[in-house]
Design a protein around this ligand. Structure first.
Ligand SMILES: NC(=O)c1ccc[n+]([C@@H]2O[C@H](COP(=O)([O-])OP(=O)(O)OC[C@H]3O[C@@H](n4cnc5c(N)ncnc54)[C@H](OP(=O)(O)O)[C@@H]3O)[C@@H](O)[C@H]2O)c1
Length: 316
């Protein structure tokens, strides 16, 4: 099969088009003929070797953890999927090697879900990794409920574009941060109030609107804004970070709980997200589609950190 591969850690120019063996599905796996692969920050982080301490890596390595496509074959133990089904999946495996910048990827059926029928493959490929991250952070970790308030630190990217409508449909009041050029976009995805993170003290702006503090902070950026965002929470609130490790001292001083989420593959949660999209309750992020051969350019653009919505690689 054709794939984009790296043979060692390094810059975007390490990505090469190559022909590699097509994976065989294990007994519990679905082989997906990938039509579209979502591009995520973790892809360039893996390329640079930043996850080397977390997972074993093997070269040649195909990056990419998001796939949408059709079922090409199923292992003998798989039920509920048939050849030709339109599916999507967050494709993280125990060893980082066989990613989704390729014509085929094999994943345990438990991680795969039927994609929303009304979406294109490119739209569907924006959902699994960013959607599951935001879902697990907001609901599994923070326990966000109707009537609560949440601050999404980065509203316009992949995780933010999905966190906002997820929180909104749950009945929460949603504050989101973004550059002014993205304020209309973030509002269109359901934010009740949008703040410019370039302001001298954006957290004070949140406190002006919520004097007691918000119930939940979704810290999907790190650095200074993450650090200051403990100050946006009410006592007893929850910060869930997906970038920097939580600051236990800052959490204790603010009287809040701070957690870290690393996203887990979960076909059942993905099916729940698909249902919300199909019902028109959640809309997918904006997409910039590029050919698979432009994977290096796509990763470089993602690495600059200002893509609105998601970049998707068209594989077939
Ligand atoms: N732990 C996990 O399991 C997990 C899962 C997914 C992602 N992540 C991490 O979470 C982070 C976000 O992921 P993503 O997919 O949402 O990234 P992304 O799509 O690349 O985010 C891009 C967006 O970030 C916004 N942004 C840039 N700098 C910002 C700042 N200082 N404050 C607020 N917004 C800012 C930009 O909006 P403007 O143009 O308006 O600035 C842009 O739209 C990445 O570091 C990623 O690696 C972790």
């Amino acid at each position: 099969m054709k794939a984009m591969v790296i043979h060692r850690f390094g810059g975007a120019d390490e990505l090469r088009a190559d022909t590699v063996a097509t994976p065989e599905p294990a007994p519990d796996e679905v082989l997906i003929a990938v039509a579209a692969a979502g591009v995520n920050p973790v892809d360039w982080k893996i390329r640079e070797g930043m996850l080397e301490a977390m997972f074993p890596h093997q070269f040649p390595l195909i990056p990419g953890w998001d796939a949408a496509g059709r079922v090409a074959s199923v292992g003998p133990g798989v039920q509920g999927f048939a050849v030709g089904d339109r599916v999507f999946a967050y494709c993280r495996k125990s060893v980082v090697q066989w990613g989704t910048y390729a014509e085929y990827v094999a994943m345990p059926a438990a991680a795969v879900a039927a994609m929303p029928p009304s979406l294109s493959f490119a739209e569907a490929a924006t959902i699994p990794l960013a959607g599951l991250t935001s879902w697990q952070a907001l609901f599994d970790d923070a326990g966000l409920k109707s009537g609560q308030s949440v601050l999404v630190l980065s509203g316009a990217g992949g995780t933010g574009s999905l966190a906002i409508p997820f929180a909104k449909q749950a009945g929460a009041r949603v504050y989101a941060m973004a550059s002014p050029a993205n304020h209309d976009y973030v509002r269109a995805h359901g934010a009740d109030d949008v703040l410019d993170y370039h302001l001298a003290d954006p957290i004070a702006e949140v406190r002006a609107r919520e004097p007691d503090g918000v119930d939940v902070v979704y810290a999907n950026v790190g650095g200074d804004l993450h650090q200051r965002s403990y100050g946006a929470l009410r006592r007893g609130g929850v910060l869930v970070s997906i970038v920097d490790p939580p600051d236990e001292a800052a959490a204790a001083a603010a009287g809040v709980k701070a957690l870290f989420r690393f996203v887990e593959p979960d076909g059942a949660e993905l099916a729940e997200i698909a249902r919300l999209i199909e019902q028109g309750i959640v809309r997918p992020p904006a997409i910039t589609v590029m050919p698979l051969a432009d994977a290096a350019r796509a990763q470089a653009l993602n690495q600059e950190g200002h893509v609105r919505g998601k970049i998707v690689l068209e594989v077939t």
